[in-house]
Ligand binder design. Structure first.
Ligand code: ATP
Length: 476
């Protein structure tokens, strides 16, 4: 695909997502908030279908998996021990001329991509991507005696030491500082989690103590993650708030390769299950000299998105790095006693880490098809049926014939009870309804006509072939 065609396809998907109620820019009504996206009724249904399928495949259908749902806000010690406070950063460069900021590894730093001036980009510095926040109303000046609350959201502040520092400060003051003095209690700092993985590691001991699973076993979590990305881009591909589905699979270090291979196969099964063509998914084995210091092996699974070949998900062997850190920093043993023996070990970890939005974007870009029906251009989403937000659309042939409407309502209720994701659609003529349902990927459109009243059969139209068949209502 040429660059233009790629961009056109991406734009067409973004436009369809907005037009048909899948995904909107976050806070759009106020001009948006970069890197945030709101999921509309169809988007949330598609997203849940993806997440539920993952949970079924990797948690509820397996004997060796335990699900958790940890808090998003965690004790700051978690992020110190994990290395995020010190190292979870991207290199940031700023243009001295127009002040635009970029991720140094994503732009040609000889020339500013915004103003086009050459030689204006400064030195790269590390920008930590965690969103900092303050937990509780502990928003203090340096000395508790010096501060006076008006309410929790505003602090009247007066320094008695030299009389020079006084004023009021909003609690959401970006710098958390006034006249060079810190306005919060450092102990109350927390972060919106930048990954779900740490909420798994911090629960490892709980799971071992409560369930004492056989080794190997895994703990899984789905949920929001937040990263203050320098340049959010490409629709939902790189957002500041997104959803992850992560597994930490605890193994005897002697058997890590076996477990790694098992997860590698399972990742391919997952790609099949969400309908990604195998030829669009590629393994990128990260070379030894580019591996994170704690990883002995990492494979990034890349997907041919319309924006190019980019990371879909990751699979990493993280050794005992995380449990080792917790053991050291929290001072609690992370030992696992091998059943039937006195042998103890700190398990090693295989981590498959999936991004929900990237899965959804891969699904949407695979499903998006433009073809021609009866000489007219048609857009449709060829979504796998189990992921489609709506499985059936039900319409009366004519909406001004009460007997057809009544019968169609009856069929709609029956199908809704049976399949849940069923839509009532009586807007516009039948042709328009089909087009609309094609665009949201509804596999079946059911039309109730005068024959239905006679013999309880309906017309069912197939999204992909546009073929129509006559079937009995009881067969739907
Ligand atoms: P990238 O190199 O693209 O920034 P990463 O290697 O930092 O990604 P991980 O930390 O391994 O990503 O996160 C695991 C998964 O979470 C990624 O494979 C991706 O699917 C998803 N993910 C990470 N960052 C984002 C983001 N900003 N927006 C959407 N999904 C993301």
């Amino acid at each position: 695909m040429s660059e233009n065609t790629k961009n056109e396809k991406m734009e067409a998907i973004v436009s369809l997502a907005k037009r048909r109620g899948f995904i909107y820019q976050g806070s759009d009504i106020y001009g948006g908030l970069s890197g945030t996206w709101d999921f509309g009724p169809l988007g949330v249904a598609l997203k849940r279908n993806i997440m539920n399928l993952w949970w079924k495949m990797f948690v509820s259908d397996r004997e060796d998996m335990y699900g958790v749902d940890a808090a998003i806000l965690m004790n700051q010690k978690v992020w110190k021990a994990s290395g995020h406070v010190d190292t979870f950063s991207d290199p940031l460069v700023e243009c001295g001329n127009c002040k635009a900021r970029f991720r140094a590894d994503q732009v040609d730093t000889s020339k500013c991509p915004t103003c086009g001036k050459e030689g204006t980009m400064g030195e790269a510095r590390q920008f930590n991507m965690m969103f900092k926040t303050i937990v509780g109303p502990k928003y203090l000046s340096v000395d508790r005696k010096q501060e006076e609350y008006i309410d929790v959201a505003e602090i009247k502040f007066r320094s008695k030491k030299d009389g020079s520092s006084s004023g009021t400060c909003d609690i959401n003051n970006d710098s958390h500082e006034l006249n060079g003095l810190s306005l919060y209690d450092k102990e109350s700092v927390s972060y919106l989690r930048p990954e779900t993985a740490q909420g798994i590691f911090t629960n490892y001991k709980n799971i071992v103590d409560c369930f004492y699973p056989d080794l190997p076993f895994g703990i899984a979590q789905q949920g929001k993650a937040f990263r203050n990305e320098i340049s959010p881009r490409d629709f939902i591909f790189r957002s500041r708030e997104f959803e992850q589905m992560e597994i930490e699979y605890f193994v005897n270090p002697n058997n890590w390769e076996e477990a790694f291979d098992m997860w590698r196969k399972l990742v391919w099964d997952w790609c099949d299950a969400i309908g990604l063509p195998r030829e669009s998914v590629h393994e990128k084995d990260i070379p030894a000299d580019e591996l994170a210091h704690y990883s002995k092996r990492t494979i990034d699974f890349m997907f041919d998105f319309p924006i190019g070949r980019e990371e879909l998900l990751g699979l990493a062997y993280r050794t005992d790095f995380d449990l080792g850190n917790i053991q050291r920093e929290a001072g609690k043993s992370m030992d696992y006693v091998i059943k039937g023996t006195n042998e103890k070990l700190v398990p090693h970890v295989i981590e498959p880490s999936f991004g929900v939005e990237r899965a959804l974007m891969a699904v949407l870009s695979t499903a998006y098809i433009e073809d021609e029906v009866n000489g007219e251009k048609r857009i449709y989403l060829k979504l796998p049926e189990h992921l489609a937000p709506i499985k059936f659309a039900v319409s009366p042939l004519l909406k001004n014939k009460p007997e057809l409407v009544a019968k169609a309502r009856e069929v709609y209720s029956t199908l809704k009870k049976k399949h849940g994701a069923v839509m009532w659609d009586d807007n516009g003529n039948i042709g328009k309804r089909y087009r609309r349902q094609d665009e949201i990927g509804t596999p079946h459109c059911v039309v109730i006509d005068f024959d239905t009243l006679e013999n309880d059969t309906v017309t069912i139209r197939d999204r992909d072939t546009t073929e129509q068949k006559r079937v009995a209502i009881s067969e739907l």
